[in-house]
Design a protein around this ligand. Structure first.
Ligand code: MG
Length: 381
């Protein structure tokens, strides 16, 4: 596929968003563990038809926005009204096409971007729309008024796409004392053609507090499972930590940190679900600061990384492989400790144990092995 005209996405995030309640402007509030603005930003940033993304923010919101989107993000400070803010963003755009999108519509499907961009080959602008399904009527002082025929009516969404020169001309020509409902109407007023393309229910605007739950429900999650495996040597004179619990035994595990083989296997399983390397990537055994460290810290770090990705841990399953000590008497303590560390109910933490019939290094009591499986749900990228 050959690349079309240079296309920039302007994400409008300069509103105060007070209707959604809460202290932070709604575009910074989380949906599925990530700021609403980040969902919208990433959808454009990874789309092959989009060459650059510019985020228009309220004065003073720059640091907050960089903290979420990273230092490389291109920011423009907006103005007093939405129209002013679009004009500020537009001034920074060097491209043939521009897509204007509201951050309050976080779940942007690639197919909608495709349709908007494709329509610009033959039109000055394009907007996604949805049909009106409900009967419409006037509110006559809290009594039912006349029905408004819905034939020929559509609901307008964003991203709206434009040929940059046409949108610039529309902004220049627009009367300073008149507020515009959206950019598409401005282009149309100037005699431009604005195509209607099929919108998407995923693009519904998040306005009120209850809309957050609806948006979360729309967010598509995928299930991921990954395994972890670890072995440590049993030696006299060491403490035996297994699954975050100190277990009385005549030997203990030796190695990097407290050598909790069970938590290490579980940490690797969690890191695996988000393809984030392994425990050695994050806590190198060569680094003296991890000597004797509580492995609970490693597990918490892996869980935090899953959470940062917007994911949640659904289930963990651990198998401890040794001849001695017997794990049975400690099973519930280990289960409770891991449940605590991961914020999981007991029925989401499975602890199993087995021997190797006196065969191999575990059978000879030279070491303990552990294998783990973690299942998580993460937002589909
Ligand atoms: Mg280890």
């Amino acid at each position: 596929m050959t690349k079309g005209p240079r296309t920039v996405a302007l994400i409008m995030a300069a509103g105060s968003g007070s209707r959604a309640g809460g202290a932070v402007a709604k575009q910074y509030a989380a949906i599925g563990g990530r700021a609403m603005l980040a969902h919208a930003h990433d959808a454009f940033a990874r789309h092959p038809a989009i060459d650059a993304v510019v985020v228009v923010v309220a004065p003073g919101a720059e640091a907050q926005t960089r903290a979420i989107l990273g230092d490389e993000v291109t920011l423009v400070t907006g103005g007093a009204t939405r129209r002013d803010s679009v004009a500020c963003g537009l001034a920074s755009v060097a491209a043939e096409y521009v897509l204007i999108h509201d951050a309050a519509r976080p779940l942007v499907q690639a197919a909608v971007i495709d349709r908007v961009v494709a329509a610009l080959a033959r039109h000055d602008g394009a907007t996604p729309v949805l049909p009106v399904a409900d009967t419409l009527a006037r509110d006559a002082d809290d009594a039912l008024g006349d029905v408004v025929p819905r034939a020929g009516l559509v609901r307008i969404q964003t991203p709206q796409g434009f040929r940059v020169d046409r949108l610039r001309a529309a902004h220049t020509a627009w009367p300073a004392d008149e507020e515009a409902t959206d950019d598409a109407q401005m282009v149309r007023r100037l005699g431009g053609t604005v195509a209607l393309v099929q919108g998407d229910p995923m693009l519904e605007k998040v306005t009120h507090p209850e809309d957050f739950a609806t948006a979360e429900a729309r967010l598509a999650f995928e299930t991921r499972s990954a395994s972890g495996f670890d072995v440590h040597r049993l030696e006299a004179g060491e403490e035996l930590w297994l699954g975050g619990v100190l277990i009385p035994h005549d030997k203990g595990l030796s190695g990097h940190s407290d050598a909790d083989v069970a938590l290490h296997a579980l940490t690797d399983a969690l890191l695996g679900t988000i393809a984030a390397g392994d425990i050695g990537t994050h806590f190198p055994p060569s680094d003296p600061k991890w000597r004797g460290a509580d492995s609970a810290r490693f597990l918490r770090h892996a869980a935090d990384l899953v959470a940062e990705r917007g994911g949640r841990i659904d289930f963990v399953d651990l198998t401890i492989i040794c001849e001695a000590p017997k794990i049975g008497p400690h099973r519930e303590a280990i289960r409770a400790r891991i449940g605590d560390l991961l914020g999981l109910a007991a029925d989401r933490v499975s602890i199993k144990a087995t021997t190797t019939e006196r065969l191999g290094f575990t059978g000879r009591g030279e070491g303990i092995a552990a294998q783990a499986m973690a299942t998580v749900s993460v937002p589909r990228a």
